[in-house]
Design a protein around this ligand. Sequence first.
Ligand code: HGY
Ligand code: MN
Ligand code: MN
Length: 399
Amino acid sequence: MWRDLDPIGRSASSGGYFRQPFGSAERECHAWFLEQCAARGLEVESDGNGNTIGWWRTGEGQGVLTGSHLDSVLDGGAYDGPLGVVSSFAAIDLLRDRGFVPQRPLGVGAFVEEEGSRFGLACLGSRLMTGAISPAAAQELRDRDGVPLPDAMAASGLDPSLGPGRLLEGVGVFVELHVEQGRDLVDRGAAIGVASEIWPHGRYRFDFTGEANHAGTTRMEDRHDPMLTYAMTAMAANEQARASGERATFGRIEAVPNGTNAVPSRVTAWLDARCATDDSLEKLVTEIGRMGHDRAGRDGTGLSVTAESVSARVGFDPDLAGRLADGHDGGAWPIIPTQAGHDAGILSAAGIPTAMLFVRNPTGVSHSPAEAAETADCLAGVEALATSLERLAGEGATE
Ligand code: HGY
Ligand code: MN
Ligand code: MN
């Protein structure tokens, strides 16, 4: 399965992946997902948002859902998302090899646009599925070329009918396996971990406006340069986050007209901020905005800040996390926080009992072509997921 996915959407120059939702590469991954469901006799259900679940329909009652996402960030790694999906199919194969018969249905899900890398809103598919975003608001989303979400879906052959469908009706619990995006497990010498929480995090668009002018003839003191205000704001964000042990990143920027010999008229930059509490996230972003406005006042430029995607803190069900983490030969799996958002966070916030399993990432690097995981740890992840599914769907599994 891993070899099937390897070449899809992979850049020959960087080795990174470009699997943006409803683009050809991501749709090829989705076709692969349907093939894997068919090969295992899983009954496929989809909603009008592009989310899909393949069900092993045995037993009765609310099902146990696993799975993850197949889309990537721009120039992303191979594991973020797909490792959870491939491990879900492999765990089902392992359970079947062991003659395990689930007492309740087992599903493998693939949620669209988890990264928000095309339409700017993280976990768009799972947010639509749970009603965390309204269809009306989702219809307003556009990609960088101005293509509206419904048009992008229709162009890929989907009939967009956005909003909460019935996909979650049969779901009693969700467990998502994901490559760790950090070094906690490698520093602990542990191959598998369980998530305790997801930090609150958000994405904010900073619009800096200035005065276009000649790069050579305009004296420095006569300029109203939005690039300068942006640069000082980026410095301030970095200093603020360092001071409080939090995270602030400007990773995306657009300058207009983006000319080499002109002072720009406008600079748009996106801040990704992540903090341990909702309150400290609010404080950090407010402070960065304040410092940006202060600098704009000195540069004679303008600034407006717009929150584009905000995810509140998610505390996963501690009993469920403990049930999955305990009772293993090598000792209990560590229960650790993450600063990375996930569909599991959205389903948990929607009230579905949810857990996450992490697979050790030897470097901690993610959202990069260099993202990697050892095969032995990935196989340990399949075993861990199979064991977890057994506990959740086996004999005497409680609701
Ligand atoms: O950006 C994130 O936190 C996640 O990797 N989508
Ligand atoms: Mn992910
Ligand atoms: Mn990611």
